[in-house]
Design a protein around this ligand. Structure first.
Ligand code: IMP
Length: 171
């Protein structure tokens, strides 16, 4: 088994610069609370905020779906926000929107906390598997339906450290 590069380090970096410029433009004159969703988004959020040129407060959340209740949309919050987001511009940063369940549920939880605005940035989106419609305001890459690893994404806890997004190949 070898890992094949799907999206290179250079492509990721270029796309993040573009997204950062767009976010900077959209929030000009405003402040932003960026909420990175652990663990998968740690690398993306670190690179993305370096390309955002408005004042940023960084928070992290960690969520997991309860096993056996995927269809009900219940998620367990393992790490919650430290400060209130009431009246704030919030940008949630995810690694991947697959079925959409995680982000749809998380969005609902955050919306209840009364932010001024709530938007989503995602590194990846797999339209083939999407069930729960969610609007991704800032999407880096749409990908085909393959299990990807690297640049924060894991397989069984491994490969998060790869600087590119890859897939297994049997070559
Ligand atoms: P969703 O709730 O189905 O949208 O799943 C989102 C979560 O599943 C992501 O935050 C990832 O942690 C994980 N995930 C989905 N697809 C992949 C993949 O191709 N590689 C690694 N993790 C994935």
């Amino acid at each position: 088994m070898a890992v094949e590069v799907m999206i290179s380090e250079e492509e990721i970096s270029k796309r993040i610069s573009e997204l950062g410029a767009k976010i900077t433009n959209d929030y000009a004159g405003e402040e932003l609370v960026v909420v990175g969703v652990l663990n998968g988004a740690f690398m993306f959020v670190a690179d993305l905020i370096r390309k955002i040129n408005v004042p940023v407060r960084l928070e992290f959340m960690a969520v997991a779906s309860y096993s056996g209740t995927e269809s009900t949309g219940e998620i367990k919050v393992n790490l919650d926000l430290k400060e209130s987001i009431r009246g704030k511009n919030v940008l949630v940063v995810e690694d991947i929107v697959d079925t959409g369940l995680t982000i749809k549920t998380l969005r609902g939880i955050l919306q209840q906390k009364g932010p001024k605005s709530l938007r989503l940035a995602s590194l990846l989106y797999k339209p083939a598997r999407n069930i729960h419609k969610v609007e991704i305001d800032y999407l880096a890459f749409e990908i085909e339906d393959r299990f990807v690893i690297g640049y924060g994404l894991d397989f069984d806890g491994k490969y998060r450290e790869l600087p590119y997004i890859g897939v297994y190949s049997h070559g």
